[in-house]
Ligand binder design. Structure first.
Ligand SMILES: [Zn+2]
Length: 106
């Protein structure tokens, strides 16, 4: 898996939708292959031991409809819809990067 820094390096900001203290939503594009990723950064406050947990989700998108839909999706705990987006690249908690594969791919 790529590290969080490698993901950030590989992607370029295309458009910003939301930029708030606990929620960022924007669109990134892969510098290599041009794949668009809808990026959501959010923070879960007072989770478990009280540490703030920060997450970055990168969800590959192709159509404007997909982008528009994701613009309206709230992050957890308001909605678990983002957790159901597969495949996705995920960074967090901490700097740990992981990949949630699509159901079909196993
Ligand atoms: Zn790429």
């Amino acid at each position: 898996m790529p590290t969080a820094a490698e993901i950030a390096d590989a992607l370029e900001l295309v458009q910003s939708f939301v930029d708030e203290s606990h929620l960022i939503k924007n669109l990134h594009q892969c510098r290599d292959c041009g794949q668009l990723y809808f990026h959501v950064w959010f923070e879960l406050l007072d989770w478990d031991d009280g540490d703030d947990r920060m997450y970055d989700f990168y969800i590959p998108v192709t159509t404007k409809a997909e982008i528009d839909r994701l613009k309206g999706v709230m992050p957890p705990p308001q909605s678990i819809e983002l957790l159901e987006c597969r495949p996705r690249l995920q960074v967090g908690p901490g700097a740990e990067a992981s990949c949630a594969e699509s159901e079909a791919d196993g």
